[in-house]
Design a protein around this ligand. Structure first.
Ligand SMILES: Cc1cc2nc3c(=O)[nH]c(=O)nc-3n(C[C@H](O)[C@H](O)[C@H](O)COP(=O)(O)OP(=O)(O)OC[C@H]3O[C@@H](n4cnc5c(N)ncnc54)[C@H](O)[C@@H]3O)c2cc1C
Length: 415
C-alpha cells in the first residue's frame, strides 16, 4: 500500500508543466542568477530546498528561526514516554552542506512591492519566494484561551511537544480527567487528537492511575470521515471506559479556575486540558495580502493567487488537500519543478494532473496503528479530488510501517 503512494516524479513534472501553461512566469535577464528564498524549514520548505539545492543558476536561502527540525508526525511516542525526543529532532547540517544559505531568524514582513523578505537583522531580495510557515492557532476563537495560553500547551507545532509531555506526565501521576478538545476542520493532521487520546489512555492503564480521557469533539465523528469507524472501534475495544467520546461539543470558552470547557450544549469538567484550537495561516501571510484564513493559491502548482513570484505550500495553503507533512514535502517538489521550468522559460500544454500524495498514521496502542493514505488529482474546471485508503483495523504492520515511513521521510529531508 505504501509503495502505491510513493512520490510520482512523472506526475509532478506533468503538474508543474500544466501550471506553467496557464501562468507565464516572470522572466529574468539572460544568464542572471535567480534568488530563491524559502520561508520555513519544516516539511514543505525542506521539500523545496531538497529539490532545488545545487540547481545551476539558483541562489537558495532558507529562513527558519529554529536551530533544528522537529517532526510532529510520530512525536506522540515521545509525549507518552515510549521513545526519546532525539528520534524526532534532526539537525539542518545536511542543508548547510548542500551550500544553502540559512538564516536562523523569523521573517517579520514580506514586502512584495520591493520583492524583499525582512528579518530583524537583514533584508533578503528575491526573484522567487516560497512560503511554508505552517499554521498559527486561532486563539481568539475560544474565550479565555489566550489568557491561559501558558497552561494550555497544544503540541501541534514543532518543539511544543515538551510542554504537552509535562502536562501528560502530571495527569498520569495525579489522575483525574484529561480533556482533549478537537476543533472543526480544516486543521493539521485530523487523526492526531484521537491518536493522542488512545496513547495517553494506554499509559493511564499501564500506570494504574485513576482517571479517564475525554475527547471533546466539535465534529459529529472522528476525522477524516473514513477513519471514524476503525478509530471508534479501536477506542472501544482497547480502552472501554478509559476514553469517553463526546461528539458535537465545540469548545467556546475555557475556564481554568473552574476547570471547565464551555461547549454551549454542556460544560465539560477537566483536571488537565489539551485544547486544540481552530487553526489558520500565520498572520505574516495575511499582512502581506496573501491570505484570509488560509493562503489563496492556484492548483495544481500552488502559486499565490495575488503574486506570480510567490508559491505557498504546506498547511498554510488553502487547498482541499489534507494538511499533512507528506503532502507538504511532495508539494515542495512540485514547486521546485515549476521554478526550474520558469527559469528555462518552458511552456507546456495545460491538462489534468496528479497532486501530491501522502500518508498519515494514527497509532491506537504503542505497537498498533491505522494507516491512512490519500491520493489526489486536479481536473481543470473541477478542482481537486481526493481518494482515501484506510486500514479497516489497526495492525502491527502499520505501526512498523509508520516508524519506517518517518525515518525515510526524515532522511529525504535532512539525511
Ligand atoms: C501530532 C501530529 C501528528 C502528525 N502526523 C502526521 C503523519 O503521520 N503524516 C503526515 O504526513 N503528517 C502528519 N502531521 C502533519 C504535519 O506535521 C504537517 O502537515 C506538516 O508539518 C506541515 O508542514 P509545513 O511545512 O506546512 O509546516 P511545518 O512543518 O510546521 O513547518 C513550518 C516551519 O516554518 C517555520 N516558521 C514559522 N513562521 C516562520 C517565520 N515567520 N519565518 C521563518 N520561518 C517560520 C517554523 O519554525 C517551522 O519550522 C502530524 C501533525 C501533528 C501535529
Amino acid at each position: 500500500m505504501r509503495c502505491s503512494l510513493q512520490f510520482n516524479r512523472r506526475s509532478l513534472l506533468a503538474t508543474s508543466a500544466a501550471a506553467l501553461a496557464s501562468l507565464a512566469a516572470p522572466r529574468l535577464a539572460r544568464g542572471a542568477t535567480a534568488r530563491v528564498v524559502v520561508v520555513g524549514g519544516g516539511w514543505g520548505g525542506l521539500g523545496v530546498v531538497r529539490a532545488l539545492a545545487g540547481t545551476p543558476g539558483i541562489e537558495l536561502t532558507l529562513v527558519e528561526p529554529n536551530s533544528a527540525f522537529v517532526s510532529c508526525p510520530l512525536s506522540i511516542h515521545y509525549i507518552v514516554g515510549t521513545r526519546p525526543f532525539s528520534e524526532f529532532e534532526h539537525s539542518y547540517a545536511a542543508i548547510d552542506a548542500l551550500g544553502v544559505r540559512r538564516i536562523q531568524e523569523p521573517v517579520i514582513a514580506i514586502e512584495r512591492d520591493r520583492r524583499e523578505v525582512v528579518t530583524k537583522s537583514t533584508r533578503l531580495p528575491y526573484d522567487f519566494l516560497v512560503l511554508a510557515p505552517g499554521i498559527e492557532y486561532a486563539e481568539d476563537a475560544i474565550a479565555g484561551f489566550a489568557e491561559a495560553r501558558d497552561r494550555l500547551p497544544v503540541g501541534f507545532r514543532p518543539f511544543e511537544q515538551h510542554a504537552v509531555k509535562a502536562l501528560v506526565e502530571r495527569f498520569l501521576s495525579e489522575g483525574g480527567t484529561f480533556a482533549i478538545a478537537v476543533p472543526k476542520p480544516p486543521y493539521r493532521c485530523p487523526p492526531a487528537p484521537y491518536e493522542r487520546a488512545c496513547l495517553v489512555a494506554e499509559q493511564l492503564r499501564k500506570r494504574g492511575s485513576k482517571g479517564k480521557v475525554v475527547i471533546v469533539d466539535a465534529n459529529p465523528q472522528p476525522l477524516p470521515p473514513p477513519i471514524a469507524k476503525p478509530i471508534l472501534e479501536a477506542m472501544r475495544t482497547n480502552y472501554g471506559e478509559l476514553i469517553e467520546y463526546l461528539p458535537d461539543h465545540e469548545v467556546k470558552a475555557v475556564d481554568l479556575a473552574k476547570g471547565t470547557l464551555d461547549c454551549g450544549v454542556a460544560d465539560v469538567p477537566f483536571s488537565f486540558a489539551n485544547v486544540i484550537p481552530p487553526m489558520r495561516a500565520p498572520g505574516l501571510l495575511r499582512q502581506a495580502g496573501l491570505a484570509e484564513r488560509w493562503a489563496a493559491v492556484r492548483l495544481p502548482d500552488f502559486r499565490a493567487q495575488a503574486d506570480e513570484r510567490i508559491w505557498i505550500i504546506g498547511d498554510a495553503a488553502g487547498t482541499p488537500l489534507p494538511k499533512s507533512g507528506h503532502v507538504a514535502f511532495n508539494a515542495g517538489a512540485v514547486v521546485a519543478q515549476a521554478i526550474k521550468r520558469a527559469l528555462a522559460g518552458e511552456q507546456v500544454a495545460a491538462g489534468g494532473s496528479e497532486l501530491p500524495a501522502g500518508i498519515c498514521f494514527a497509532a491506537v496502542t504503542h505497537d498498533r496503528a491505522i494507516m491512512i493514505s490519500v491520493e489526489s488529482s486536479f481536473v481543470p474546471g473541477e478542482g481537486a479530488k481526493s481518494r482515501f485508503h484506510v486500514d479497516p483495523a489497526p495492525s502491527r504492520e502499520s505501526s512498523e510501517a509508520a516508524m519506517n515511513w518517518g525515518r525515510s521521510m526524515w532522511r529525504s529531508m535532512l539525511g
